[in-house]
Design a binder for this molecule. Sequence first.
Ligand code: NAI
Ligand code: MG
Length: 370
Amino acid sequence: MNALIMVLPGDGTGPEVTDQAVEVLETVAELYGHRFTIRTDLVGMDAIEAYGAAIADDTLADCAQADAILFGAVGGLTQVGDGPRPEQALFRLRTEFELFANLRPVRPFGALIDASPLKPEYLKGTDLLFVRELSAGLYYGHLETVPGKPSEIRRRGNRMEAIDTLLYTEDQIERVVRTAFELAGTRRRNVTSVDKANVLSSSVLWRRVVERVAREHPEVTWEHMLVDTCAMRLIRNPAEFDVVVTENLFGDILTDEASMLAGSIGMLPSASLGSRRTPGGVFGLYEPVHGSAPDIARQDRANPIGAILSAAMLLRHSLGLHPEAAAVEAAVEAVLADGFRTEDIAYAGGTAIGTAELGSRVREQLAIAD
Ligand code: NAI
Ligand code: MG
């Protein structure tokens, strides 16, 4: 197939891990007979320097032409002055393309399980997919996308008060819940919907929508779970979860909690999906969960697996190349099973190698498996 992929490497370790992911995509194209056109542009601090904005309008226009975006990370050690901030790039991409479903799979690799901070018997069989609502909720009060939705610090008498609004429309809930049920259909067919319906009206509406969407998917089993219960069960019995869907703030916290199940933040991929269809799936932005890690930038120390697995998600969700995505994941698994580790996962023993060598070993495994 032909595809146009927009690559935005960004700051710090972003470029070095993204390079490895791009080379994996190029290897996939070569081995499986696809033509991927890769277009690269500046984002984050270099874009501020060159264009005066964290992402230029022209870059956004190029993204709109693409089937998917592969993103590194943005942000520096410190913010200088009060000009444009690098993080605005991600924010603009999310709003411009209405990326409403943030997918974060967590599947601890066998080779790392024994060295995890959690007991291996609790981790065994864990293979879960978080679907976090990304476009609404508490974080969006200040955008004034909904008139009369306050988010402010204000004076009341001689004391201050502050207000944020947690607002969800039925449509915002429905599209993300529908995504979760559709994804569950391709996995173990189970959805856990997480809310706080014992105290929040938005959660009561959330439940109603879940029940309605669930009726359209009789093949998927599902349950409601309170967010505090979910926080406990993620540690006590993570293997019980298949797809977990939740609103923005709960998802932010629970996905960070769940990420620790995988051993290192450098291991974790993510996808942020919109609703525009592409020939093979849906348009999306793919990035490792970690930030720009400036403390280890340009030293060949960063773990590229989060970025490489993000490329695998791109193949699956935006291009519909399921066997190719699975092959990339299997290649990562094989490299870990052979004992190769970047320093963040060196606690699991094995041979310490750098960013570039880990990437090239993944590509080697891909070629062997083909
Ligand atoms: P971070 O994720 O960049 O780093 C946290 C810790 O994990 C650091 O010790 C780092 O060395 C380590 N780490 C991160 N990625 C790694 C990898 N691939 N391999 C090995 N070790 C890795 O988070 P931090 O330090 O809070 O933020 C640094 C910058 O990144 C800030 O400017 C922040 O705003 C930005 N950031 C950007 C994100 C994005 O672009 N999506 C997400 C999170 C933070
Ligand atoms: Mg977070």
